[in-house]
Design a protein around this ligand. Structure first.
Ligand SMILES: Nc1ncnc2c1ncn2[C@@H]1O[C@H](COP(=O)(O)OP(=O)(O)OP(=O)(O)O)[C@@H](O)[C@H]1O
Length: 249
């Protein structure tokens, strides 16, 4: 699958209705029609039954068991979950999305506001960094998280820093100093700010392994800032991310 064209489709002004997200995503060709679903694993009476998580890798029809608790999470992160954030158990979206992200699959996930989506992608991304190791990662930017507003980017950065407290991975957002931004491993920001930083060569995405689009339905409303036909656009510049991991929330 050509992920650059997925991104172009996403940014071409198609609007998603959250309720029929899967249907829209299938009709747009963003996810394959026979992509495995996980919704069936969610009990009918579960208040979060509106969640939808799918692995976009059509050739892979393995099912990923739900994460039942935080016991299998990296010990240091687990400690921060308990001591810093005071999260005792994963939410449904975390249960469903973490195993798929751990397996390095591209995925599309939706869940209600306040259902814990930030942790659903931040926990496995930090785990991945710890697994690869500081020596191999050095100071390269590993993941970018795009969100529709600056406030949201700061909030996501804050959750990331809480999860990684006392650990080496550096999580920054575009409200932080240039020095912090340029040496971080996970950067959260709005598309506009990231495009400006790419234009002024303040940011290098050449080693970036993963792109997370948070609130991607809202991101579609800012398509004018993401014109894929403009050679300076973000979409044009992320061509280098073509074969990397994509996670849409
Ligand atoms: N596993 C968990 N246990 C307890 N609280 C959690 C857990 N995961 C997230 N939370 C808390 O739930 C709240 C909502 O989380 P978060 O902002 O990630 O949700 P969201 O789905 O991204 O919401 P939004 O759509 O508004 O961005 C936060 O206060 C967060 O600290």
């Amino acid at each position: 699958m050509d992920y650059d064209s997925i991104f172009k489709k996403l940014t071409r002004g198609a609007k998603f209705d959250r309720k029929k997200y899967r249907e829209d995503a299938e009709n747009l060709g963003i996810i394959p029609k026979k992509a495995p679903k996980l919704e069936e694993n969610i009990k009918e009476d579960d208040p979060k039954k509106g969640i939808f998580v799918t692995n976009m890798n059509a050739e892979d029809d393995s099912t990923y068991p739900l994460l039942s608790d935080f016991n299998g999470v990296n010990k240091a992160i687990k400690n921060n979950l308990k001591e810093v954030l005071r999260w005792e158990n994963p939410t449904r979206i975390q249960m469903a999305a973490i195993p798929i992200l751990r397996a390095g699959k591209n995925c599309v996930c939706t869940a209600a506001t306040g259902s814990g989506k930030t942790g659903a992608f931040m926990i496995p991304v930090i785990e991945k960094l710890l697994k690869i190791g500081r020596k191999n990662i050095k100071d390269t930017l590993f993941t970018i998280v795009l969100s529709p507003s600056r406030e949201l980017a700061e909030q996501i950065g804050g959750v990331g820093r809480a999860l990684a407290r006392g650990l080496w991975p550096k999580i920054s957002d575009t409200s932080q100093s240039d020095r912090n931004i340029q040496s971080c491993h996970i950067l959260c920001g709005t598309p506009n700010r990231i495009i400006n930083m790419l234009d002024s060569k303040e940011l290098d995405l050449s080693k970036c392994q993963m792109i997370v689009l948070d609130e991607c339905d809202k991101m579609l409303e800012i398509t004018n800032k993401l014109n894929p036909d403009d050679p300076k656009s973000f979409s044009a510049q992320v061509n280098i991310l073509r074969s990397q991991e994509w996670v849409l929330f």
